[in-house]
Design a protein around this ligand. Structure first.
Ligand SMILES: [Zn+2]
Length: 166
């Protein structure tokens, strides 16, 4: 799969980028974005490795896990990887139909990605300059909204951030 990670300079370009291209299967489109955002998160994680010394997995003042954020995120990425290599959920060949489990699993993955983005955004600010985090996060928010992949309430603890980037 050719993962083209693009940077969108303006809102219009980004809104365009989330629109389903003509003749594209919507599940195929969502699967592609699961891969793209996973790749972005993995690259950010590599960059933040030495710097994320947060003793708990937090977003704002909400504690999601009583373990270092680094360990938590590392496990989330492993779990996402496991899903991505499961051919019953992510068919490796074009034209193979997606199973009924695809959308629920995709939603689970987007939810994990949201937490990772949220933590990086709020607690590991060096990423903001190094890795265009606001642009990627904005793309993520637009995409998951467009295809209703997350609940509005999932974004609750990130409202202030979203207001600054949207
Ligand atoms: Zn951190």
């Amino acid at each position: 799969m050719n993962l083209n990670i693009k940077y969108y300079v303006n809102q219009a370009e980004m809104v365009d980028a989330v629109t389903l291209p003509p003749n594209e299967d919507v599940n195929e489109w969502i699967a592609l974005h699961v891969h793209v955002f996973t790749e972005i998160i993995k690259q950010m994680f590599l960059q933040v490795q030495q710097q994320c010394t947060c003793t708990h997995m937090t977003i704002q003042n909400i504690v999601y896990a009583n373990e270092p954020a680094y360990d938590y995120i590392s496990k989330q990425i492993e779990e996402i990887q496991k899903y991505l290599t499961d051919e019953n959920i992510f068919p490796q060949q074009a034209g193979v139909p997606f199973s009924k489990s695809f959308l629920p699993v995709a939603r689970t993955i987007f939810f994990k990605q949201l937490r990772v983005f949220g933590h990086f955004f709020l607690h590991d600010n060096q990423l903001q300059n190094q890795y265009l985090l606001p642009q990627h996060f904005k793309h993520f928010v637009l995409f998951t909204r467009e295809y209703e992949l997350l609940q509005m309430t999932d974004f609750d603890c990130l409202q202030s951030v979203i207001q600054t980037i949207m």
